[in-house]
Design a protein around this ligand. Structure first.
Ligand code: BGC
Length: 435
């Protein structure tokens, strides 16, 4: 199937973002600054007579929500009858991540406290202080290690900066008792990994941070934890691998899974193979006018079906959530290819019954390790199986208008899949579709 790949190189992206005058949250989409991009546009309309506002729409990976309170943006999630969100269960995954780190410490208690001071010190890389997944992971780790403090009814997820003396108010020292011996657990430092241009979950920033932290209190760092593998691997390669300090991430990206053989502590698979399928599947079903559960909880005509141990659907939130699995030294060999389609949903749809349709899809940041190295390759595998002709747009991770500028002609597409830069910005897209 013909596929239009419109991902830009990072250099080109930076050029475009510098030219774009809109800021994040800007609802205008003049399309002018996008003219310098390499996006290929098709000359004809999708041929559909459906109004843009009524076309199927799926939000994925970044759930429309208030970035301060986490409250879901239900007007975006129910923009029309064929609107859904696809992500994964952030709280279940966060608990798993925290438990995985705690169990590793318990199992390796004889060697973990590198300077033998009775305090197990860890540092934490935070992805995006306003992203629900990032907040959940910070909370999950603090909860499991006993370092969390409550704020407004839940665990405080604020970064602490440096806390080598244990005086920070956003965390507390935890205690862990193993084999009758008590240890203090301290969050020595944590920081949002945002670069100077504003891109969050920034791996390079995390690599620099571990450099700074290790040069001033490296001997106290016994464990490195990260909200994702992109940042985790950057810290592992910069410091922890050589210093044999277990490092934990999230996403089960290929490089991180491979690094488990070299001492990376572990990661969490958020079942991206199921999420990428669901992202395109809900669009396919809406375009076919069939029950939304087709090929999901109910087998389709090609035999594709998911079982409820890999996803849940919350009807009220119009959201599909994949379930997470911990990936450690015990099972990592089962996870070495994160871009492989999930076998139970790997059957090709018959094109005579499911005609090819055009989909506009964006990735918020072409440089995000998880989305570019795991999620997009999966989408590209499923788009063929589902007969969807997807145009992939890569953003710069900083400005919404860099992406919305490239949705200048929604009439050319049958359906839309959106990964916002900021979870608050759904209206920048729905405004374009409502025009
Ligand atoms: C992933 C991160 C990614 C972020 C982007 C999260 O679900 O785990 O790796 O950077 O989404 O939105």
């Amino acid at each position: 199937m013909k596929k239009r790949l419109a991902l830009l190189t990072m250099a080109a992206l930076l050029g475009v973002s510098a030219a774009a005058c809109g800021s994040a949250g800007d609802t205008s989409a003049s399309g002018d600054s996008g003219s310098s991009t390499t996006q290929e546009s098709s000359s004809s309309d999708s041929g559909s007579s459906v109004a843009n506002k009524d076309k199927p729409l799926v939000w994925f990976n970044r759930q429309p929500s208030n970035s301060s309170t986490g409250e879901l943006d239900m007007s975006a999630l129910s923009f029309n009858d064929n609107t859904y969100y696809v992500g994964f269960d952030a709280n279940q995954g966060a608990e798993l991540q925290g438990t995985m780190v705690k169990e590793y410490i318990e199992k390796n208690i004889d060697t973990i406290d590198r300077n033998g001071d009775g305090t197990i010190g860890y540092v934490l890389a935070i992805g995006d202080i306003g992203h629900n997944d990032s907040i959940a992971r910070t909370r999950g780790v603090r909860k499991a290690l006993g370092t969390g403090v409550e704020k407004d009814g839940s665990i405080n997820s604020d970064p602490v900066g440096t806390n080598t003396d244990g005086s920070a108010s956003a965390v507390q020292d935890g205690t862990l008792e193993v084999n009758g011996k008590k240890y203090v657990v301290r969050e020595l430092a944590s920081q949002e990994m945002k670069n100077s241009a504003g891109a969050t979950w920034d791996a390079a920033t995390a690599g620099n941070a571990i450099g700074t932290w290790s040069s001033s209190f490296g001997k106290e760092i016994d464990v490195v934890v990260s909200n994702n593998d992109g940042m985790g691997m950057s810290m592992f390669n910069a410091w922890s691998k050589d210093n044999k300090v277990p490092t934990f991430g999230y996403d089960a990206n290929n490089d991180a899974v491979a690094a488990i053989a070299e001492g990376y502590g572990g990661t969490i698979s958020q079942h991206a193979d199921v999420q990428a399928y669901l992202t395109l599947r809900v669009l396919r079903n809406a375009l076919d006018g069939v029950d939304i559960d087709t090929g999901i909880g109910t087998p389709d005509d090609a035999g594709n079906v998911l079982t409820d141990d890999v996803y849940t659907y919350n009807e009220e939130q119009r959201s599909y959530y994949a379930l997470n699995v911990a990936v450690t030294a015990d099972n990592y060999k089962d996870f070495t290819d994160s871009t492989k389609v999930y076998e139970p949903v790997s059957n090709q749809l018959d094109e005579s019954k499911h005609a090819s349709k055009k989909v506009w899809l964006n990735i918020y940041n072409a440089a995000d390790n998880f989305l570019s190295a795991t999620y997009q390759p999966l989408l590209q595998n499923y788009d063929d199986l589902l007969n969807l002709d997807v145009e992939y747009i890569g953003g710069d991770g900083q400005t919404e208008s860099n992406i919305t500028n490239r949705l200048g002609n929604p009439g050319q597409y049958d359906a839309f899949a959106i990964n916002m830069v900021k979870t608050d910005n759904a209206a920048s897209y729905t405004a374009l579709l409502s025009q």
